[in-house]
Structure formats: C-alpha cells, structure tokens
Design a protein around this ligand. Structure first.
Ligand code: GAR
Length: 207
C-alpha cells in the first residue's frame, strides 16, 4: 500500500484524524494507485479509538496517538507541530479532525481542512445533519463539500481550495445524503491536495 519510505522528492503528508478515516483511506488509496503524487508519512489521532488508526496500520503508515484531554491547548499544539515536523510533513491534512488548531500550529505547518458544507455554510461538527435539516425545512436547496486552507483559528473557515455542491434528492434519508457527501469528499480532497502540492509557494518554508 503506502511504502514506509518514499523518494525524497515526493511530498510528505501528515493526516490528522479523529474518527472513521474514510477520507484518510481515499488519500492512502490515491497514493498507492499513483493518482496522487504524495506519501502519507504519519497519521496522528487525538482519539485512541479512531478507526482511522486501523486503516493507517493496515497501510503500513506510522501512527501517533495524542489524546488531548487534560493537556494545555498551547502545549498540545506545540507537541503536535513537533510531531508532524519529525515526520518531515510538507502539508498537514485535517481529514475529520475535531479540534481547532492554534495559530502556532498553522504558523508552522501549511494546513488544509475538509468540511462537509459549502463555503459560507454551516460550520463546526454536524454540518451534514444541519444541512439535511435545513433542506427538510425548505431553507436549503443544495448542500456541499469544501477544502480550504487553515490560516488561523477560524472554525471551518479559510481560503477555499475546492468546493462542490451536493444535491438533495426527493425521498432522501440522512444516510442517503451523507453517503453522497462522503463520495464527493473522497474525490474532492484528493484533488485539493494535488492542487495545493502543485502550488509550492503555498507550502511556506516547509518544502
Ligand atoms: C467528514 O465528513 C469531514 O468532512 C468531517 O468529518 C468527516 C470525517 O469522516 N469534518 C468536519 O466536519 C470538520 N468540521 P471520515 O473520518 O470518514 O473521513
């Protein structure tokens, strides 16, 4: 799957996860199949039970578990930044990461975030459910997915790299809609990573 070492000129990703990791899987598959010229150097989870850790292990990717409970936020993020740097991360990808990073972290690592809503839409956790509810109330005609840079401590907010609308269909259940969102995410995130890696200037001094 993901070879433990990669040629020096292949960009290295640190993927931060908190849960299932289906988007991590999409990245791993794209790297393994040569659709994404990158290497997942480390997967970092703040949740020891995240299934994403199993996916990483099965792909032969190093994992780091960093529970945040009871740890000072500034200290936590300094250590997190150090860990990502230890693995030589050129780009940090938040793929279902459920914590706000400090400006210290995003100042040290070019960071992008995946969020299951359109730019300007619902922010925070539960966006799929919030969009579905808004559609059922008649307040929203289309949901969406976006990938954006994380320049500061704004929640699910920052310069947009890519976004795509996700339609609602008559008779949709929440599960139907969520499945459609995840399908779009898996493609859009891989495309957005490729876009960012092609813009070497956006990686700051990390390459
Ligand atoms: C994805 O839907 C992602 O967009 C969302 O968490 C899910 C993770 O799924 N992120 C956010 O809501 C960020 N605010 P996964 O663990 O199966 O990749």
């Amino acid at each position: 799957m993901n070879p433990p070492s990669a040629p020096a000129d292949v960009p290295r990703l640190a993927v931060l996860v908190s849960g299932n990791g289906s988007n991590l899987q999409a990245i791993l598959d794209a790297c393994a199949e040569g659709r994404l010229a990158a290497h997942v150097a480390v997967v970092i989870a703040n949740n020891p039970d995240a299934y994403a850790l199993t996916r990483a292990a099965e792909a032969g990717v190093p994992t780091e578990v960093r529970p945040h409970q009871g740890v000072d936020r500034a200290e936590y993020d300094k250590e997190l930044a150090y860990t990502a740097a230890t693995y030589g991360a050129d780009l940090v990808v938040l793929a279902g990461w459920n914590r706000i990073l400090t400006t210290f972290f995003v100042g040290h690592h070019a960071t992008i975030n995946l969020h299951p809503a359109k730019p300007g839409g619902f922010r925070g956790l539960g966006a799929i459910e919030a969009d579905f509810d808004a559609w059922q109330r008649g307040d929203l005609t289309e949901g969406g997915v976006m990938v954006h840079y994380v320049p500061d401590e704004g929640v699910d907010d920052g310069p947009v790299i890519a976004w795509e609308g996700v339609p609602f269909h008559d008779g949709d259940t929440l599960d139907d809609y969520a499945l459609r969102v995840h399908g779009v995410e898996h493609r859009l995130l891989v495309d957005a990573i490729a876009t960012v890696l092609a813009r070497a200037d956006t990686l700051g001094g990390h390459r």
